[in-house]
Design a protein around this ligand. Sequence first.
Ligand SMILES: [Zn+2]
Length: 318
Amino acid sequence: MNIINDTPQSYAIGIDIGGTSLKCGVVNELGEILFSFLVSLSEAKTEEEIINLIVNAITQCTDQLGEPITGIGIGFPGLIENDVIVGGGVNLPGFEQLPLGKILNDLTGHNIVIDNDANLMGLAEVMYGAAKDSDDAIFLTIGTGIGGAIMIDKKLFGGYKNRGAELGHTVIQQNGIQCACGGRGCLESYASVTALIKYYKSQNTSAEDNIDGKTIIEKYLAGEDHAIKTMQHHFDYLAGGIVNCVNIFSPQKVIIGGGISEAGQFYIDELTQRVKETAIPVSFSNTEIVAATLGNKAGLLGACANAFQKFKKTEYAV
Ligand SMILES: [Zn+2]
């Protein structure tokens, strides 16, 4: 007897909020997106207008689905404490000290859970993506900055009041480069794509102004000296940050996300080789470094996974 197949299908609505748009969709418990769509936020001038757009998106989802939902998960690029948006990396009007969870619960009657977007991308990878066969994993998304997430027993660990898991702001260089967080020598300041571009330009003074990470990788693969030096620097520092995570958590997977992780297997291999050389061998012995597999769907899927984890009350829950 397969109990799970005899249980009615469960659905969640996911909303991934960014600075200029939100992505909304319906996901089932297997992590399959039934449908999703984008809503532009660029015309919205007030917090009330943005909330109206969110409520309309939710109604569109429930109407199209025509089935009950377990709850609604929301991802936001900022600090979230108990479903209150404390502050964030995007300047949406009124999105500071905003009890968005309670507001949306009052307006829609649905269960609402909100978390940081990088956290949710990590949760998605451990539920449905690169680490779905693992319980304990670390997620690092390499982009303009470095976002991080810690998953223990397939659940997010965010520290007291959800204020931790800032893996991009672990210090890897004493008294190093000034970081946007106020600290110095953070992993993000050495191993983000922003840092990669900055370092390349410092090596190659005739580099085009708008050079991006993808182009630097292409030059690296083509054997250009400046790009090789830049990528060695990038691998060394990123590996240093990963070693810290491995020695603290001994995760089964270290998942690397962000566009740069799609550069190819060589990227993961270079990191693995370096981490293997310096991590405590027993801490690394069960760890695999892998590229994220969910791409830009991770935020939506993670928001829904969070809703299933919080609101699905069944002994058969996966
Ligand atoms: Zn920092």
